[in-house]
Write a protein that binds this ligand. Structure first.
Ligand code: PLP
Length: 391
């Protein structure tokens, strides 16, 4: 008999009932160190007092009004994002997938309004992940995601990862945009080198096409900058954001320049919940914390500490690990054993990690992780590696 919850996930037998900071409490009382943050969502950890206060205060006043009306909390968050980024305008969604939908629509509408309706193609890359909607799976194009779900949304051109010649050859008169994650998350913490991101920007400028960055997983302070593309010193035309921006409340956003957004006039897009008062009350508080230069400096310092300790872990277990990669607190352990086996041993050692493609185990701790917790994380990861070696 089919379970009452549609069985699209193979779930670990863990029932978390509470969380504080970097810790998750299981029903049986065990305390797990959370190096997954719900896949890069709990940027400020679990039950951060400022987020609890923002949520409960707003909940006592007004949960929801339609986007048919002005929403001051939404306006405030949009103003903050515009002030701190390349963007001139923001649309709020509930998720990264919905941000992908709008990014694709915005790029196509841009060219339609510019009198080039033939420009509908979006170039995407192997190993990418942009969500599970029809546009999201068509964008990624991997067999695992698209098999059986056809006919797929047309207009996506899939390119190999890191093949500059293939990319240049793929640009044509029908190209609307390039869509890419500065650091692939689901694809296995594969960072795009800064010079490649600069090269992509130059390619877009030379050919007059739009650059869409998917910062759903790597954005909101995760890499030690507010957004990952800042490391390369370039800016996109359109950017997808989600996960960390809500700190656990479902919230996403599309940020864009005035020019890129010029086709999106009244009535061309909408959302019932996107940017509602409750979500934006939380989003504003996350943004106030994460965009603080002192907070980001701490993320970078702690990332250095964690990275250094992970290099030691890899050296101590050469049969388990191949290396460490990633930026800031978005790190991947490339494995010589099955990632799922290591993640399972981690559960036995009371540490949460997240598997990814390309034989990688992801470490995406809350950005508020402490030095002491980093030390505890290493002991637990070390115990998991030893358990694999002695199994
Ligand atoms: C890079 C990236 N884009 C888009 C998405 C989809 O976001 P959501 O699951 O919030 O719809 C994800 C989710 O993992 C992601 O990592």
């Amino acid at each position: 008999m089919i379970p009452s919850v549609l069985p699209t996930y193979s779930r670990a037998p863990l029932h978390f009932v509470a969380g504080t900071g970097t810790w998750l409490v299981e029903e049986d009382g065990r305390r797990f160190l959370d190096l997954g943050s719900g896949i890069a969502v709990n940027a400020l950890g679990h039950a951060h007092p400022a987020l609890v206060a923002a949520l409960t205060e707003q909940a006592g006043k007004l949960w929801h009004v339609s986007n048919l009306y002005e929403i001051p909390q939404q306006q405030a968050l949009a103003d903050k994002l515009v002030a701190r980024t390349f963007a001139d305008t923001v649309f709020f969604t509930n998720s990264g997938t919905e941000a992908c939908e709008l990014a694709v629509k915005m790029a196509r509408k841009y060219w339609y309004e510019k009198g080039a309706p033939e420009k509908t193609d979006i170039l995407t890359f192997a190993g990418s992940f942009h969500g599970r909607s029809s546009a999201g799976i068509a964008a990624a194009g991997t067999e695992k995601m698209v098999k059986g779900f056809g006919p797929l949304l047309p207009g996506f051109v899939h390119l190999p990862w890191g093949d500059h010649d293939a990319l240049k050859a793929a640009v044509s008169d029908t190209t609307a945009a390039i869509l890419i994650e500065p650091i692939q998350g689901e694809g296995g913490i594969r960072p795009l080198p800064d010079q490649c991101l600069r090269g992509l920007r130059a390619l877009c400028d030379e050919n007059g096409i739009l650059l869409i960055l998917d910062e759903v997983q790597c954005g909101m302070g995760r890499t030690g900058k507010l957004f990952a593309h800042e490391w390369a010193g370039i800016t996109p035309d359109i950017m997808m954001v989600a996960k960390g921006i809500g700190g656990g409340f479902p919230l996403g956003a599309v940020l864009a320049t005035e020019d890129a957004a010029s086709g999106m006039t009244a009535g061309t897009h909408g959302s019932t919940y996107g940017g509602n008062p409750l979500g934006c009350a939380v989003g504003n508080t996350v943004m106030d914390h994460v965009s603080d230069p002192a907070f980001l400096a701490e993320v970078n310092r702690k990332a250095g500490l964690l990275r250094q300790k992970l290099e030691g872990l890899v050296a101590a277990h050469p049969d388990v690990f191949e290396g460490v990669r990633g930026t800031g607190l978005m790190l991947g352990l490339r494995m010589k054993v099955a990632p799922a086996d290591f993640v399972a041993k981690g559960y036995e050692s009371l540490v949460i990690t997240v598997p990814a493609a390309d034989n990688v185990v992801r470490l995406l701790p809350p950005l508020t992780i402490t030095d002491d917790e980093i030390s505890q994380a290493l002991s637990r990861l070390d115990a998991a590696a030893t358990a694999i070696e002695t199994a």
